[in-house]
Design a protein around this ligand. Sequence first.
Ligand SMILES: Nc1ncnc2c1ncn2[C@@H]1O[C@H](COP(=O)(O)OP(=O)(O)OP(=O)(O)O)[C@@H](O)[C@H]1O
Ligand code: SF4
Ligand SMILES: [Mg+2]
Length: 332
Amino acid sequence: MREDVVSSGLRVEGLSVEYAAKRGLGRTRGDTHKALADVGFILPTGQTLGVVGESGSGKTTLGHAVLRMTPVSRGRILWDGVDLATLSDRDLRPYRRQMQLVFQDPYEAMNPRMSIGRIIAEPLLLAYGLDRHARREQALRLLKQVGLDESLLGRRPRALSGGQRQRVTLARALATAPRLLVLDEPTSGLDVSLQARVLNLLRDLQTDKGLSYLFISHDLAAVAYIAQRLLVLFQGRVMEQGPTDALLRHPAHPYTAALLAAQPSAVPGRAPKDPAPAMNPVADPVPGACVYYQWCGKALPRCRMEAPDLTSLGADHLVACHYPGHETTSIH
Ligand SMILES: Nc1ncnc2c1ncn2[C@@H]1O[C@H](COP(=O)(O)OP(=O)(O)OP(=O)(O)O)[C@@H](O)[C@H]1O
Ligand code: SF4
Ligand SMILES: [Mg+2]
């Protein structure tokens, strides 16, 4: 996406996160594990970027890094042009209100002893110190916004269904009037009809408030429904990114194609061709090779010798593969 198209919003450049590597498997103290390596994307205001990839690919790490909830090793997190990666905790404070996380598991994220009203209003107390009456008024307003009845205000989390709890989490996230929500698997614990209702609610809120979403999910159908653009991660690296429709209909990277083969319902009218290859996410990449080399059904000798750069296929579509979209006879 061209820079001049994005007047405001989030722009991430060269983002890397390294964790201390687990001991064993030939690793010693001081070794690091690259959970994210050189990740970049643009999320214009009011739009949704879907982040997909198998378990351990770095989706949650990316969401947390953008919110500065995990230390960033390198890179820039530009929010309306301000680099959040360089700000002190104090200087970050006003930005934190503008960016909120919606947790993967709403029940885990809630204090079971607190009432729903207190759970929703807590950020208002912390951010603005509103008095009790004002907090209750705001909590009622937020409950209404997410389609919940005011009778839930005095209940405890355990008395709510999974769908209601997810809406409460959303209401709490909306309390500080954020502009960006990082939604980490927001529909994963819900049955299909509830998922659809939460997705529709998210869409309505986005339209009403001009919110931007970083939408993380295993569920390609959910991502396809809500996101204008997709970012495909594998072992912390971007394999492909571009307009949702282009990626779903014409995946250029073999890994994107494998993800789609595993969830054919994400692509309207497409039946599965091949089962998704079995992957071992903890295996180390072959040094110097394409990071996907060991799993790729299209690998050729060049892939073993040279890691592909992320290159443009035009129309804001980027791919890290020497043979994007090609049918090749693999050397494996
Ligand atoms: N606090 C941490 N310390 C060390 N390693 C971590 C930490 N958090 C995540 N990791 C590692 O970083 C990698 C990416 O993890 P992350 O949780 O971001 O993946 P994910 O794509 O969100 O997976 P899932 O789909 O299972 O939620 C994994 O290899 C994980 O083991
Ligand atoms: S560069 Fe080669 S190994 Fe890597 S994804 Fe493309 S075809 Fe597969
Ligand atoms: Mg995760």
